[in-house]
Design a binder for this molecule. Structure first.
Ligand code: SF4
Length: 241
């Protein structure tokens, strides 16, 4: 066992090991802090800021997924300032991205009473769906730029380095180098990016086609024999969205 320290979380005095993050220690004593960009198997980058907490003496709210605990720290994980910050983050996400297929994010939005109409003038992101291979589609209208897919594609798991950010500010998007189709990138179609995506921006092609109303045998034909062919919505189907 490593060196132990004492600190306070939400008025509760606890003893814990050094070299842990605030998020890890809070979780170990049953304190729930919401997370979005954080994933147990990815490197934490403090991008979304939903996990911020208040540390006594700190000038700003602190991202608990990356900040390490220290002896004597006094931490609050839920108060008016923190809750307002989380609410605003969710309102900004709701104003630009399609979160409709992300129950996890909708639950957080609901828990913090986020108003989806607060930023009515915000310009929504609505790039076209990218359907350039037979394995999965990319719908960046749903992307919240959490970076998880980039990480698992790189040093956190696959070392394929097929995707990264492109653009700046509002125009930032996940992309391949030179925006090439995935089939011309270093992608090995392992599917790990789909596994960590919290919004269904990345979706297995089969699931996407089923949702569009295609039958299994049609999908088999399309994905095996018509690779890379542009997919059209069927005219007759009860399962159409
Ligand atoms: S595609 Fe999914 S995993 Fe990748 S950055 Fe966007 S939301 Fe995150």
């Amino acid at each position: 066992m490593g060196e132990t320290i004492k600190l306070t979380i939400n008025q509760q005095e606890i003893e814990c090991e050094k070299d842990q993050t605030i998020l890890q220690v809070a979780k170990s004593v049953g304190v729930d802090i919401p997370t979005i960009c954080f994933h147990d198997h990815c490197t934490a980058n403090a991008l979304c800021r939903i996990c911020v907490v208040e540390v006594k003496g700190a000038r700003t709210l602190i991202a608990s997924c990356v900040a390490k605990v220290s002896d004597g720290m006094v931490i609050e994980t839920h108060n008016e300032r923190i809750n307002r910050s989380r609410k605003t983050i969710m309102e900004m996400m709701l104003s630009t991205s399609d979160l409709s297929q992300s129950p996890q994010l909708l639950d957080i939005a609901s828990a913090y009473h986020a108003d989806e109409n607060r930023f009515n003038d915000a310009e929504r992101r609505n790039p076209p769906i990218i359907d350039d291979n037979s394995m999965f589609v990319r719908d960046y209208e749903k992307c919240i730029l959490c970076w998880r897919c980039v990480q698992v594609c790189a040093e956190d798991a696959q070392y394929a380095f097929a995707i990264n950010f492109k653009g700046r500010g509002y125009h930032t998007q996940i992309s391949t180098f030179f925006e090439k189709p995935l089939t011309e990138s270093t992608c090995v179609f392992c599917g790990q990016c789909i596994g960590v995506c919290p919004t269904e921006a990345l979706k297995p092609k089969r699931q996407w086609l089923l949702e569009l109303g295609y039958e299994s045998d049609q999908i088999m034909q399309m994905t095996r024999n018509e690779r890379n062919k542009k997919t059209k919505k069927p005219q007759t189907s009860s399962a159409e969205k």
